[in-house]
Design a protein around this ligand. Sequence first.
Ligand code: SF4
Ligand code: SF4
Length: 363
Amino acid sequence: MTTESHTTAARERIGRSEEHKGIDEITILWISEGMSCDGDTVSLTAAMQPSIEDVVLGLIPGLPKVNLVNKVLSPSLGGEDFLAPYRAAARGELDTPFILVIEGSVPNQDIIEGDGYWTSFGNDLETGQPLTLNWWIDQLAPKAWATVAAGTCATYGGIHGMAGNPTGSMGLGDYLGWDYRSTAGLPIVNVPGCPIQPENFMETLIWVLQHAAGDAPPPPLDHMLRPQWLFGKTVHEGCDRGSYYEQGDFGLDYNSPKCLVKTGCWGPVVNCNVPKRGWMAGIGGCPNVGGICIGCTMPGFPDAFMPFMDEPPGGTLSSLVIKPYGAVVRRLRGVTNEMVNHEPKWRHKKSKLTSGYDPYWRP
Ligand code: SF4
Ligand code: SF4
């Protein structure tokens, strides 16, 4: 019995019990040839709720059948075999609607004087010259059912767009325009993170696919086009070291289990859910497990947060303000903690009951 026969049977069962009101089959054309390290693709493979395999094998009821085309995960022979669906989509001849996923920031081709390219994906079949990422975006974004930016580089420019870069790199919103709409009327869906937290991306993808199936409204996005339910709160609001902060108890070196604001944590002003969610299966994270938050999900990353290992300017003031209150509260809690760390005196094995039991209702 092969996996294929299991999954085919499962898909048929699902197909019989679910009626799609929208799209039945959709292709994900993933291009990681932005200025990129492929870290978001690799991160994606760590997702478990659901896994990308669950989606591709059709194991989630109600979703369209998904054809994933991603160079790292492709079972194709590579080369032209791999590029075929991209070329078909560029010609407007792909036989399913498609979601365009861009990974990596978009360099500025216009600043190159003369021939050349910053990054490319396949060659022009007639001239043999490399096709730039920019060319592919120009071809595919206007035809895409939805366009998704995976990772902070693709969303906002990220590390490749930092001060002093030679490529003029930017995010997809800067390149396509923030008022871009896909053929389904969706804005760019931005999933920042350097890299993406695996389930953050999968949840967003599932929402988009459920929308494609006609079973969900468009995903709710904030003004930077991030999913609101994932990026609506700060790191600090979900950090399990927040109680140290509140008690004015700060770690002064990187081995400390206490709040890390003095060693460079930007958590109080960064929109991200990683410490609350963990990285894989609730394990890992950033400040919750001892790594300062460097704001890697933020549009201002990295320049606004560098040098990473210095105390954030706002942290000095807020930690100063909280110190006297925190010291008093910590001391009072210490007293109460000592009090409740003893058993009450009526728990003993003497022959007389001293718990205060009073059977007053008996005659
Ligand atoms: S470690 Fe960072 S996120 Fe956690 S409580 Fe301290 S400042 Fe907030
Ligand atoms: S907690 Fe900070 S460093 Fe960690 S993923 Fe979120 S934004 Fe990035």
